[in-house]
Design a protein around this ligand. Structure first.
Ligand code: NAD
Length: 365
């Protein structure tokens, strides 16, 4: 039970901020058997607001003065955001970076626990969270931050390596997409930016919010792409290893897809095509996508490339964070349940994975 001690049989979840992350979190929560969406809060009645209505999510006005705009757009408003906060067992704050921090006071006023996203600084919450790496740290916490897409992607690889071999040092170069597909004001449009120019970048310290004792240096770039991030990793391990052993270790992780040779998946574009062809909602790839061919070992030095779908890899983590905070399940049970309900996990020939996932979804929903 979380510190505020509010638990109902079905966890009643509100989402504040219904954009790229918020709309995905809402659908993922709604797909679970032990939690439900009781409302979403938005600032404006844009196309995503209409999507929320179609999905049956009660709409709350994030900015009370703007409530009439929703009525003018034909969207019924169930109330104002503080009513949603008062009503919910937990709020998942998916507002833009820095707004979540401002919202914390609202959540405290109503004694409502909250999950923040990776755009907030670590001190917004009691715990920074990645399900695979530190699930139990969120037990009983009232405020949890699900770490960023990049930190989530790095943590999922580091956790099994650390457990199996020990990790002496991680060096990672993060080639980051300039913006999400809808963010037409972001760039670069035609440039390759060291970003931040100062090295090492802030990403390493963020990974240390999950692995406090880890030696890690990161470098960042931004490129004219919206599809995914790509990481080039060099990990110095505690033991001599073989590439085959590391590959098997990563293939055993449900939230890592080791891309087989021979499928012709030579970049992020083909990965997104794969997800769309397979019928994934919004073309999402919740898994880290590690190129099997790239897994190379030289003594204790491991090298690999992975692609991270920035819009969706944190979504299963938000669901698991809710279960951890309410002490509903152990780590393995929660992650398996989340994965099964969403259809996370690609193994071998991916041609049929979504049909299988959808069948399971229908059975359990
Ligand atoms: P977004 O801009 O797509 O969505 C944010 C939504 O919140 C928008 O609908 C916006 O209108 C709304 N909003 C703005 N002010 C608000 C307020 N005061 N109250 C309620 N809603 C408000 O942003 P996003 O990409 O979904 O990012 C949300 C958080 O998730 C950020 O912390 C971000 O760093 C983090 N994150 C984003 C990504 C990504 O790639 N998009 C990946 C991982 C984590």
């Amino acid at each position: 039970m979380v510190g505020y001690g509010r638990v109902s049989a079905m966890i009643r979840v509100g989402v504040n901020g219904y954009g790229t992350i918020g709309k995905r979190v809402a659908d993922a929560v709604e797909a679970q058997p032990d939690m439900e969406i009781i409302g979403v809060a938005k600032t404006q009645p844009n196309f995503e607001a209409h999507t929320a209505v179609k999905r049956g999510y009660p709409m709350y006005a994030a900015i009370p003065e703007r409530a009439p705009l929703f009525a003018e757009a034909g969207i019924e408003v169930a109330g104002e955001v503080d009513e949603l906060v008062a009503e919910a067992d937990i709020i998942v704050d998916c507002t833009p970076s820095g707004i979540g921090e401002q919202n914390r006071e609202l959540y405290e006023t109503h004694h409502t626990p909250a999950i923040f996203q990776g755009g907030e600084s670590a001190d917004v919450a009691d715990v920074s969270f990645n399900a695979r790496s530190n699930f139990d740290a969120a037990r009983d916490a009232d405020y949890v931050r699900v770490v960023s897409c990049n930190t989530t992607g790095l943590s999922r690889v580091i956790a099994p390596l650390e457990e199996e071999y020990g990790v002496e040092k991680v060096r990672a170069t993060l080639v980051r997409r300039g913006g999400d597909p809808g963010q037409n004001s972001r760039g670069p449009i035609n440039d390759i930016l060291p970003n931040p120019i100062k090295v090492p970048s802030h990403h390493g310290p963020d990974v240390k919010t999950i692995f406090p004792d880890l030696e890690i240096d990161t470098l960042g770039l931004k490129v004219p792409a919206t599809l995914m991030h790509v990481h080039a990793l060099n990990v110095t391990l505690g033991d001599d290893v073989t590439g085959a052993h590391v590959r098997q270790l990563l293939e055993d992780e449900d939230r890592i897809y080791v891309i087989p040779e021979g499928l012709g998946i030579d970049g992020a574009g083909k990965l997104k095509d794969l997800a769309l062809d397979a019928g994934r909602p919004r073309g999402d790839l919740w898994e880290n996508c590690v190129w099997g061919e790239s897994i190379g070992v030289n003594g204790r030095d491991l090298y690999l490339f992975q692609a991270i779908h920035q819009e969706s890899d944190v979504i299963p983590e938000n669901v698991d964070a809710i279960r951890a905070m309410f002490d509903l399940e152990d780590k393995e049970t929660s992650m398996q349940r989340t994965d099964r309900q969403l259809g996370v996990g690609i193994t071998g020939d991916p041609s049929g994975f979504s049909e299988q996932a959808r069948a399971e979804f229908a059975d359990d929903d």
